[in-house]
Write a protein that binds this ligand. Structure first.
Ligand SMILES: C[S@@+](CC[C@H](N)C(=O)[O-])C[C@H]1O[C@@H](n2cnc3c(N)ncnc32)[C@H](O)[C@@H]1O
Length: 215
């Protein structure tokens, strides 16, 4: 594991953004208590705060999430949407997203979030081909990233924003070791030459790429 940021500085960052409320704190605690082997997949609170801020800044009404797990990032996204906004949450796990459903209810977000249990690529490809999506967050199987990108770009409205998580793969994009590393490294290279978008990669946790559609 490469620590991009000194762990002590990482802790400092966690305590210097808008604090988590009880819903997010309880969700993180329950995820770690019930799913200790998988809980590390959850976005950190500072990344969640970044998602809420980006959704608000883009004025998004329609968002898509690829990789919901127990719901932390989905709550952060849904809370940033304009009144009446909608989030389509994609995952393959009924078990993990059952916890997400509980917390959506507790957060008063049930009417804003639609969960689709299916391989996310099927869900994305079944969406209308028009550019209707304002905001997308991708945080699922890494080998799927190139396909998610290809499915999302045409469906993103001009000025819309996509956020891809784990784009540094603990630093292994410099020297890819497995299929997931290669898929992410290959996509990272492709994004910078894609004339449809502007992008910037941020050293937030395991790396986050912001991709804005031109137009
Ligand atoms: C890193 S976790 C997502 C964490 C989440 N963003 C959060 O903040 O808690 C990845 C999720 O992607 C889901 N996933 C894996 N492969 C998938 C696929 N082909 N389609 C949809 N979801 C998938 C997993 O079930 C898992 O819940």
């Amino acid at each position: 594991m490469a620590d991009i940021i000194d762990p002590a500085v990482g802790d400092y960052l966690l305590t210097h953004c808008t604090p988590a409320d009880d819903v997010l704190r309880d969700l993180a605690a329950e995820t770690w208590a019930k799913l200790p082997g998988a809980a590390g997949m959850q976005v950190s609170h500072d990344e969640g705060a970044l998602l809420t801020m980006l959704v608000r800044l883009t004025g998004a009404e329609y968002a898509v999430e690829v990789g919901t797990f127990t719901g932390y990032s989905s709550i952060c996204i849904a809370r940033g949407l304009r009144p009446g906004g909608r989030l389509l949450a994609c995952d393959v796990s009924d078990e993990w997203t059952a916890m997400a459903r509980d917390y959506w209810q507790r957060a008063g977000l049930t009417d804003r979030i639609e969960l689709r249990i299916a391989p996310a690529l099927d869900t994305l490809r079944a969406l209308p081909a028009e550019p209707l999506i304002d905001f997308a967050f991708v945080d699922a199987d890494k080998t799927g990233y190139p396909d998610y990108y290809d499915a999302l770009v045409p469906r993103l409205r001009p000025g819309g924003l996509m956020v891809f998580d784990n784009v540094l793969r603990d630093g292994r994009v410099l020297d890819p070791r497995d299929e997931s590393d290669r898929a992410v490294a290959g996509l990272n290279d492709r994004i910078v030459t894609d004339e449809r978008v502007d992008s910037v990669m941020l050293p937030v946790r395991d790396g986050v790429t912001l991709i804005r559609k031109r137009g």
